[in-house]
Design a protein around this ligand. Sequence first.
Ligand code: BES
Ligand code: ZN
Ligand code: ZN
Length: 473
Amino acid sequence: MSLFSSPFLAKPRKTHIPVTLVAEKNYDSWLAAQSAQVKALCNESGFNPKNAQTLPVRDKAGRLERVFAGVRSPVDVYDLAKSVAYLRKALSSDFLKDASFEIQADGFSQEDVTQAHIGWGLGCYKFESYKNNKSTSPSLVIAKSANKKRIQGFVESIFLTRNLVNIPANDMGPDELEKAAADLASRHKQEISVIRDKDLLRKNFPMIFEVGKASVRRPRLLDFYWGNPKHPKVTLVGKGVCFDTGGLDIKTSQYMLTMKKDMGGAAHVLGLAHLIMTLKLPVRLRVLIPAVENAIDGNAYRPSDILKSRKGMTVEVGNTDAEGRLVLADAIAYACEEKPELIVDFATLTGAARVALGYDIPALFTNREKIADEIKALSAQPEVGESVWPLPLWAPYRKDMDSSVADISSTGKGPAGATTAALFLKEFVDETIEWVHMDVYAWEQNGKAGRPQGGADTGLRAIFAWLEKRYGQ
Ligand code: BES
Ligand code: ZN
Ligand code: ZN
């Protein structure tokens, strides 16, 4: 199964249909310049580009001749996903198999055209590798006026992230996650190094080992680099809990059901890394993924166990379901040892972040207030259009994790669970290093155009936009 599979065509097919972008902002002047026939069609159908509506135009013989695709100004990344959703419904799969489409966007900027293509690509995303009957997407030939590398970078990265989350845990354990990371590294001509099983103890990653030791699928730490060593060091750390049963503090069935997505942080980090490497951001990139399964067994770690961490601090296990922060703590401490300029971690860390912000908005924590402002502002720009919201690293809550028997407890007492988890991680971050922690859901709950229900990218584009602004030439 390809984790990247491109929805784009290299060559047009027999029936090749132009898709004309129609901008909301100059709709009136656009309409005035159209033929009487098109004017009538637009007026009678109530076509309104503002809502990213799609309008098929047929010739006298009744054949599809062109498509008008309304877009906002600037183009929203999901505008064309709506057109794809429309075309899937309006046209038969037999027709779609023989047809190809091409975006025509005279008068649009390259950014807008590129964004439209990305939206079309995302609109084609479906997770159907386990289905015998697969659906057909309308295929697009990338227009010459678009930035092809950028389109491919975004679409492949997001497909990769979603596929990794969607593949069920029986086929996405630590072994398979390792293979996905190794394949990605080798695609970009890098080699991965992996510390497995008992070597985690020998090399001092006790908490990664403890969390993962109950599973027959052994725990490990994945690690690869990319880029010029002279460039600023940026380390991405992703929570790779391939399935979270909760451990001995077992989850109820309702909450366990979606826990194949508990490696969503790792999936985001791999997707983001692919984007950074494809678009050659001038950074020295490092990717660290603790890959484990939080399983139940006679030898599973227990609530009240006291673990030694890589950093030396002892941790009392408050709840075995708070496993993500333990594996991340050792990985983050390790990341800090080589003093990168920036660490960004992604993790499906707490249910509390969802209570605070719902499913769609990732919670952002950082040890630099300025960064919170920058990312929040950028994420709300229409070019990015996926909000990320800062929550406080409220130091007074640190005492909620005081333990009478260890240096810290893994869980707090108060209701601000996302903050407690972030404060726990902060204990393992070197203060001199800028650090961003993204508590993400990695799941689309309801399904929208271009975001089918299931594994989802949440905050990946926002963080990339920020990195690009910070490091891009
Ligand atoms: N993976 C979960 C967090 C989670 C649950 C994210 C549901 C998204 C949706 C994490 O390992 C966990 O179970 N956290 C506990 C922590 C608690 C025991 C302190 C939680 O959030 O309930
Ligand atoms: Zn858990
Ligand atoms: Zn978890």
